[in-house]
Design a protein around this ligand. Structure first.
Ligand SMILES: [Zn+2]
Length: 250
């Protein structure tokens, strides 16, 4: 991680910094709070270092995800050199978060959070359902690798949610959708409860995220303990496929 050159302080691109590097670049040399965003420029060509990632609190990781989504949503994504990020992360990775999202092609976590190679672990499965393998992946990400956040990322207009509402039966999909089923009675909704009603679909998706968070805590004492100690946060979010905005929930 390079310190800011005099030139980069005056670079307008400094406001379009990449995910985490602003605060991390500063945190590597300054107290976590109160630093100036233009004191130290982010490197757009290096992945997170262990020191940078470890210097962050879980809340700071959430803040950086919010900033990254804001850059994405407003079309001000950070200039990025993937090959340089690839080179800098080859010897080791120190991601700050584990994101469990849906396979939906419209919700790639790295893009909607404007994150780079090495910044976040990403697990994807239809309906962002919790299963043992995903829990194991989250435990690896946090307890072994040191990530500070578990984020369950649901989204609007989710086909898996629609399929669950419609009781779709199809091969292995049947069992997957069964994991989403508890969100249907769990969703508080007044109105037409049909897969054709976008508001209802999104209400079920949101409930599915909230139930997923409870499931993580219930089925993973490892993660629950880390959360109780304050080492990590477990949080949910809904991504709007129309606006590009992420709303944090739970
Ligand atoms: Zn989906």
């Amino acid at each position: 991680m390079k310190t800011t050159s005099h030139k980069s302080v005056h670079n307008p691109a400094v406001d379009r910094r990449s995910f985490l590097r602003t605060v991390l670049g500063a945190c590597a040399f300054c107290p976590p709070l109160g630093f100036s965003l233009v004191q130290l420029a982010p490197s757009m060509s290096e992945s997170l270092t262990k020191e940078q990632r470890d210097s962050m609190t879980p809340s700071q990781v959430i803040d950086e995800l919010k900033k990254g989504n804001e850059r994405f949503r407003t079309g001000k994504m950070a200039p990025r050199d993937y090959l340089a990020e690839k080179r800098s992360s080859a010897a080791g990775q120190y991601p700050a978060a584990v994101v469990l999202g849906c396979v939906d092609s419209r919700v790639p976590a790295e893009i909607v959070f404007d994150a780079g190679i090495g910044d976040i672990f990403t697990g994807r499965v239809a309906g962002n359902v919790i299963n043992d393998d995903m829990l194991g992946s989250m435990e690896f990400g946090c307890a072994v690798s040191g990530a500070k956040l578990v984020l369950v990322l649901g989204h609007t207009a989710c086909g898996a949610i629609k399929g669950t509402i419609d009781d779709v039966v199809l091969g292995n999909l049947t069992g997957l959708l069964a994991r989403i089923k508890p969100a249907i009675p769990g969703a508080k909704f007044d109105g037409e409860k049909s897969s054709k009603n976008a508001s209802y679909v999104d209400a079920v998706a949101r409930t599915n995220v909230v139930l997923g968070l409870a499931e993580i805590r219930r089925r993973s004492p490892v993660l629950e303990d880390l959360e109780k100690k304050g080492s990590i946060k477990i949080i949910g979010a809904m991504y709007d496929v129309a606006t590009g905005a992420v709303e944090f929930v739970g």
